[in-house]
Design a protein around this ligand. Structure first.
Ligand code: MN
Length: 228
């Protein structure tokens, strides 16, 4: 199965902690520099995110990171690496920034659930994850509150993650710029993009409002599979 079909099938989850994307059944450099398709249409997240917002975010910003990365690694050893390896192994700088931005966005799209016919996001097989959320945050409502607060307080551009350590303990990690928990040996479970470009078209300067809506559109099935 080709990487993009695999991604479309929503099956690129539940992989071992170090290498969620590289665990795909493709050779390292095969499609490491190809932007995966969205798991839904550009209008699939309306009204949480408008088609215009998604078009700019996916087709301009996210696509741009892949294009930059390809140029930056042309003729260099990294051109043969997987995207995971570039994220994990590169020093701070343009190659890391563009690779991590490519990785983070691909993961972010999968964290979001289109509004389904039954009117709620995917919440299948989440018992183990939700038990850990109860244990580490005191409940789902408390988790959402803390996640929104930390993501709102992140100064400047960045990503707010839910990640697990090797023992399965959960933590909320607000990381600046292109930060990714793989750098700290942690398993990424959930992320929200808090760069202004992620919400400015639909929410203008209201990051908090965007985040409060985000936590009601999480694909918990995806997060749960990442937790394992
Ligand atoms: Mn973004």
């Amino acid at each position: 199965m080709k990487r993009r079909q695999f991604l479309q099938a929503g099956a690129f989850v539940g992989m071992a902690s170090a290498g969620i994307l590289s665990a795909l059944p493709v050779s390292a450099a095969d499609e490491a520099f190809v932007q995966p398709p969205l798991p839904y249409g550009l209008d699939g997240l309306k009204p949480f995110m408008s088609e215009e917002q998604m078009n700019f975010h996916y087709n301009k910003h996210h696509a741009g990171y892949y294009a930059n990365l390809k140029k930056l690694v042309d003729g260099k050893p990294e051109a043969q690496w997987s995207l995971d390896d570039i994220v994990i192994k590169s020093e701070p700088g343009p190659v890391f920034n563009n690779a991590a931005q490519a990785w983070n966005h691909a993961f972010f799209w999968n964290c979001l659930a289109p509004v389904r016919k039954e009117g709620r996001p995917n919440v299948q097989n989440v018992q183990k994850l939700f038990a850990a959320i109860d244990r580490d945050f005191g409940g789902l409502a408390q988790f959402k509150e803390q996640f929104v607060a930390k993501a709102t307080a992140l100064f400047g551009s960045g990503w707010c993650w839910l990640a697990a350590d090797k023992d399965g303990k959960l933590d909320i990690l607000p990381l600046s710029n292109a930060g990714n928990p793989l750098k700290q040996g942690l398993k990424p479970l959930l992320v929200v993009d808090v760069w202004e470009h992620a919400y400015y078209i639909d929410y203008r300067n209201e990051r908090g409002k965007f985040l409060k809506t985000f936590v009601e559109h999480i694909d918990w099935g995806f997060v749960s599979k990442n937790y394992g």
